[in-house]
Write a protein that binds this ligand. Structure first.
Ligand code: DX5
Length: 226
């Protein structure tokens, strides 16, 4: 059974103290950080350039994922790898030649990963499942934190799990969007093993460490019940 991983999205962090927020997330016990990179075109929001990620790289030792919610992500893959990202996630909807873009990520020395939006069937990326280390199923329409988990994505997560298992893939299955204590168990039961949480951790009233403990408690209960 793949150990479940909790990865914090920093989209909702206090940007005036981003370095401290990263250090607090590390102390809270997250397994990694996801940088939600947005270009105002692919999604209606603008966020982190590679220089911001590189500055964060100096503050913590956590694995970094770059979630490139940008058009033609192939243009920026090497920048985010140089900035210190271990995994680079591109959207199948944003690059014409997905297979080639995934190869670019691997050639740059990072783990290639693909994300699909809620309306994109997982079957659309069936033919690159053998070329990725991580598949991200969006459980919100990307662009903003704090949105509600789209429950109709649960069967899609299960289909993705079945497809990965069918080819014997060791790729991790990640979900992103609306992951909180009341939704993470359902996503785990459907077959996800990496959970991106932004507002569920950064906005938790009892703080980051309590939020991570609560999420892990739900996952452990789910694993025990499986
Ligand atoms: C897409 C972003 C968000 C973010 C997590 O809009 O990728 O999903 O990471 O936001 P929460 O956890 O607040 O839904």
């Amino acid at each position: 059974m793949t150990r479940h991983q909790i990865v914090a999205s920093v989209l909702g962090a206090d940007y005036m103290r981003l370095g401290d927020e990263l250090a607090e997330l590390e102390a809270a016990g997250v397994d990694g950080v996801q940088w939600d990179v947005m270009d105002g075109r692919f999604v209606p929001n603008l966020t982190f350039g590679a220089d911001v990620v590189a500055a964060g790289r100096e503050r913590v030792d956590l694995p970094f994922e770059a979630h490139l919610m940008i058009e033609e992500p192939e243009r920026y893959v090497s920048e985010y790898v140089r900035a210190g990202c271990d995994t680079v996630i591109v959207h199948a909807e944003a690059t014409v030649h997905l297979h080639r873009t995934l190869g670019l990520i691997a050639e740059a020395g990072a783990k290639p990963a693909v994300a699909i939006n809620p309306a994109t069937p997982v079957e659309a990326i069936r033919d690159v499942l053998g070329d990725i280390d991580l598949l991200l199923i969006m459980t919100v329409n990307p662009g903003f934190g704090g949105q509600s988990f789209i429950r109709s994505m649960l069967p899609k997560i299960a289909r993705a799990r079945a497809m990965l298992d069918q080819i014997g893939s060791t790729a991790r299955l990640e979900v992103d969007g609306g992951i909180k204590a009341h939704t993470i168990g359902d996503a785990a039961r459907a077959g996800a093993d990496v959970f991106i949480s932004g507002s569920g951790i950064l906005g938790h009233p009892d703080g980051k460490a309590a939020a991570v403990r609560q999420l892990r408690h739900v996952l452990e209960a789910e694993a025990g019940a499986a």
